[in-house]
Design a protein around this ligand. Structure first.
Ligand SMILES: [Zn+2]
Length: 141
């Protein structure tokens, strides 16, 4: 891949393939974690072995929506992030609390329903890194 210092058109989508069910990316992007058939532990990102009982885990689609647990707008950021940007935790009904960047963050409130989407989460050496983000769910009041 050709890259120059001012070139920000390169895109790295490897995280999309790692975190999402690829068949859902064009329609309703769905994160994939793993579930232990033995003890029910759910993990994201997905893992081969259950961290609790070492059973082989099975891939499992996660809920596309969750509840905003907390958030913060960051005024300074490490290289690759352009402040201000918003980060937070979203609780999925699957029992997972995800750390995430948040887009469309004008009207956030703790407890609000959020939905997963894809977006540029950072820029590394001119390469836009695509990953998961959350935004307020449409139709939430
Ligand atoms: Zn287990």
């Amino acid at each position: 891949m050709n890259s120059t210092e001012s070139n920000t058109t390169d895109v790295d989508e490897s995280r999309l393939e790692k975190y999402f069910d690829p068949d859902t990316l064009d329609t309703e992007p769905t994160l994939v974690g793993s579930e232990c058939p033995e003890c029910g532990t759910i993990q994201f990102p997905s893992r081969e072995r259950c961290p609790e009982c070492f059973e082989t885990m099975q891939r499992r689609a996660l809920s596309r929506t969750g509840t905003l647990y907390t958030y913060a707008t960051v005024g300074m950021g490490p290289s690759g992030f352009s402040p201000p940007y918003t980060i937070g935790y979203v609780d999925l009904p699957d029992g997972i609390r995800l750390f995430t960047t948040i887009t469309d963050d004008e009207e956030l409130e703790i407890g609000r329903e959020m939905e997963v989407t894809t977006g540029t989460v950072s820029v590394d050496d001119g390469v836009a890194i695509k990953g998961y983000q959350f935004r307020p769910a449409e139709g939430d009041v």
